[in-house]
Design a protein around this ligand. Sequence first.
Ligand code: FAD
Length: 147
Amino acid sequence: MSEPLHRLTYYSRNNLTVSPEAMTRAIEQILDAARRNNARLGITGALMFNSGCFAQVLEGPPGAIERTFERIQRDPRHRDVSVLEFIPIERRTFDAWSMGYVGRLPGQAESYANVATRSGFEPSLMSGETLFEALRQLVADEETAPA
Ligand code: FAD
């Protein structure tokens, strides 16, 4: 039997008040740790940062997600971590990404802003499904864009 899979979707607020360059470096550090740890634990997913908020999808074995998310929640680089969804899934969506990062392409920040505007940037008003779908679409755009 194949391993059970879950998907966790959350949203949080940036705690770092730094220059855009320092923020880019901070995100690189987060992605380095995420890719190193997630590959080992069988976790895949996507991360987005925009307008002071992070949004992330983690998918993989539920125990590995829980352990990883406990670390993420304690991270002082963000706050107000709000889980929108933690559900069983049949297959991975981000199977090529130990942690994909979206935001590189022109227009992506805008797409995310549209999602955020509809919810007024209130995690409590944003559904897990909406956020997951937005990240899925943005990652698909990354995959088809020229390097
Ligand atoms: P290291 O990367 O070696 O870090 C050692 C310790 O220092 C950790 O406690 C870390 O939290 C802390 N630290 C490192 N750099 C800074 C800094 N600049 N400011 C403050 N504290 C710092 N980790 C994952 O494994 N998978 C993920 O998918 C993942 N997603 C994340 C998403 C977000 C939005 C954020 C903010 C963090 C995420 N992290 C993720 C990082 C996670 O919170 C831990 O920092 C990381 O898992 C610790 O990895 P490590 O044990 O290899 O420690």
